[in-house]
Design a protein around this ligand. Structure first.
Ligand code: 13P
Length: 253
């Protein structure tokens, strides 16, 4: 199915700032980004700053169409979970999206498929949209079992939630070996996985948005966005540079 024939899927560009920024840098980055993203657009843009900067980012985005997102969430609503943040708190701060299952959290914080499934539910219960990240390691890719890994990561959430709830969700494919490495999946590699992911949700195939993430830059965004099953990007490094970020948003638009 060509994307042009499918008006239902708005392209989406999400900037995941990871653990970067400070009050001064964020203000100057967002002044440029907001100024460069005025008026009506055909695509959606989301910025996910570190937690301490959510409120500040929210005020810097006031009056702009750019939405606020968070980089992770705890699966519980409240209680004795020192250092954690709940989905209802993120909703309180006007976040619209929450990234869950990012490979950096799976690998560095030891988040399991099961925890990610619980986070998915918590995010939706708070009225927000989860951006569920999946992706294979270099070893999986080299052994040719990348689709198996991605299938397992998706099934862990499907088993917990069913598939209907994906009506209000976004998927992101981030091959671990392409994140922050400068290596991008080739368009063929990315499209193969996106097609596979879309096929896991046959009832929502026309509407589920599937983002690609992993060293997306202005110079390769256009080629990725032209693919029929890629509906936008989840950006790390490129979201910290206003010109680069705006060029990618424009390529999606
Ligand atoms: P890079 O764009 O820096 O490779 O990061 C991708 C990513 O992990 C976004 O969540």
């Amino acid at each position: 199915m060509s994307k042009a024939s499918n008006a239902k899927r708005r392209q989406l560009v999400v900037g995941n700032w990871k653990m970067n920024g400070n009050l001064r840098e964020n203000a100057s980055l967002l002044a440029e980004v907001v100024a460069g993203w005025q008026g009506e657009h055909k695509s959606d843009v989301v910025i996910c700053p570190p937690y301490p900067y959510l409120m500040h980012t929210h005020s810097l985005l006031a009056g702009s169409a750019i939405m606020l997102g968070a980089q992770t969430v705890n699966q519980y609503d409240k209680g004795a979970y020192t250092g954690e943040v709940s989905a209802s708190m993120l909703a309180d701060l006007d976040c619209k999206f929450v990234i869950i299952g990012h490979n950096e959290r799976r690998r560095m914080q030891g988040e399991t498929d099961e925890q990610v499934a619980h986070q998915f539910v918590a995010v939706q219960q708070a009225g927000l949209t989860p951006i569920l990240c999946v992706g294979e390691s270099l070893q999986d890719r080299e052994q040719g079992c990348h689709l198996e890994t991605i299938g397992r990561q998706l099934n862990a959430v499907f088993a917990h939630t069913g598939k209907d709830v994906f009506k209000n969700a976004v998927l992101a494919y981030e091959p671990v070996w392409a994140v922050g490495t400068g290596k991008t999946a080739t368009p063929e590699q990315a499209e193969e996985v996106h097609r596979f992911m879309r096929a896991q949700l046959p009832d929502l195939a026309d509407e589920i948005r599937i983002l690609y993430g992993g060293s997306v830059k202005a110079h390769n965004a256009q080629q990725l966005f032209a693919l029929p099953d890629i509906d936008g990007a989840l950006l790390g490094g490129a979201s910290l540079d206003a010109d680069e970020f705006l060029a990618i948003c424009s390529a999606a638009d």
